[in-house]
Design a protein around this ligand. Structure first.
Ligand SMILES: *Cc1c(COP(=O)(O)O)cnc(C)c1O
Length: 414
């Protein structure tokens, strides 16, 4: 029989992993500690044997979600965290050292940009480049380059870095490429497709999909040989090198830093994951239609969406993502549209941060999530003062179109 499609495997994941009494969902384990019947059994677990020590490192509920996310990303192992930021921070703080250099795309989620500033304070140099061209990454390369970082589709500008070429470059120079796959998810393209060593996903967004939970994950794709990496510490250089980075991230990044995912959150995320493909397909379709609608609207100056022919990386997006272009778009209002009046008039679309929810969400970027970074950095990142970020949900697309239209008309020329 042909291998089942991912959607089928996702729906049956929990049940097939094994449950009591025929339950189709994995149970929510609430125990913080795990008891053993002999001293030797307890010692074995602490020395790397199978089992659980303490919920800060893992629980059966979280382990089930890790297995699930790993299946979606086609990795060799996955670790879950309390949020996407916890996952990203764990990767940076456990795999980088004082004196190292990181090359990152400068089109970044604002909080990731803020973490990079923190890393600079610890003596890690972060060089931000226009990663839409691999030449810019290559130009920034130094003997101490230890990591290259990019987002699959950049939040909020929707730039698409030269992911396949960056992956090849990193592979040839034996440096791990870390990809934040949050905005596309593995359904558009697993990180492995671009030879990313590690893939980070915020599970709070499209993966869970309902705006009711936080979570994050790091997946090792198996593309990178960690035996070549100088920053794997001695205790983690044992056994299969494919697991070295994950062991270090779980111990240093999860056990020591403590941003563990709760069982309740893991359960909610697992339920959301079951409908990932259906939700994404619907929202992708709506996003393309709304992008075209906004592009043609007299009140809109510019639309950023990879599905539009005018997007600078449209052809690349088409090749990378199988004809899907994501569920996030951003647009700049014309000068004669009053920004606040427009936003206040919306009836369906919610004024809120967050993205990848089943409800559509909008926010003015420069005044909110990019406020702290200041005008200079915003200019470098192409963030106009009139830029709005719109995350497309699962509402009927006609209702979203009508909502945008009535608000644009209302806010024009006043
Ligand atoms: C939201 C987001 C994150 C952070 O995820 P949280 O779960 O909210 O911490 C990281 N990267 C990108 C691209 C995001 O959009």
């Amino acid at each position: 029989m042909e291998k089942e499609k991912l959607r089928t495997r996702t729906l049956h994941h929990d049940r097939r992993l094994g449950t009591e009494a025929g339950a189709v969902h994995q149970p929510i384990h609430s125990s913080a500690e795990f008891a053993y019947s002999s001293a030797q059994a307890l010692i074995d677990v602490f020395q790397g044997g199978p089992g659980y020590t303490y919920a800060r490192q893992n629980t059966p509920t979280v382990a089930s979600l890790e297995h699930h996310v790993n299946m979606v990303e086609q990795g060799v192992g996955t670790i879950c965290f309390a949020s996407g930021m916890a996952a990203l921070t764990a990767v940076f703080l456990t795999l980088l050292k004082n004196g190292d250099q990181v090359i990152s795309s400068r089109y970044l989620f604002g909080n990731t940009n803020s973490v990079f500033q923190t890393l600079e304070n610890f003596g890690i140099e972060v060089v931000l480049v226009d990663a839409c061209s691999v030449e810019q990454v290559e130009k920034a390369w130094q003997p101490n380059t230890r990591m290259v970082f990019a987002e699959s589709i950049a939040n909020p500008g929707t730039q698409i870095a030269h992911l396949d070429e960056i992956g090849s470059l990193c592979q040839s120079r034996e440096v791990p490429f870390v990809l934040d796959n949050t905005l596309s998810t593995a359904y558009l393209a697993p990180g492995k497709q671009f030879q990313a060593a590690l893939v980070v996903n915020s599970l709070s967004k499209i993966m869970a999909g309902h705006g009711n939970v936080l979570g994050g994950a790091v997946t090792d794709t198996g593309c990178y040989d960690w035996a070549q990496y100088p920053n794997i510490f001695a205790p983690y250089r044992t056994g299969d090198p494919a697991q070295w980075a994950l062991s270090q991230i779980r111990k240093k990044g999860l056990r020591d830093m403590g941003a563990a995912l709760s069982g309740e959150a893991a359960h909610k995320i697992a339920i959301g994951l079951e409908t990932l493909e259906l939700r994404l397909r619907q929202a992708n379709q709506s996003a393309l239609r709304l992008a075209r609608f906004l592009q043609d609207h007299a009140g809109v100056q510019k639309v950023f969406y990879p599905g539009l022919g005018a997007h600078p990386q449209h052809e690349r997006a088409k090749a990378y993502f199988n004809g899907h272009y994501g569920t996030l778009l951003s647009f700049e209002l014309c000068a004669d549209i009053d920004l606040q009046r427009f936003l206040n008039r919306l009836q369906v679309i919610i004024l809120s941060t967050h993205l990848g929810d089943s409800r559509s969400l909008i926010l003015p970027v420069a005044q909110t999530i990019y406020h702290e970074m200041g005008p200079e950095m915003r200019a470098l990142m192409n963030i106009d003062e009139r830029l709005l970020r719109l995350s497309i949900g699962l509402e009927c697309v006609e209702d979203l179109e009508n909502d945008l239209h009535q608000a644009l008309v209302f806010a024009q020329g006043v």
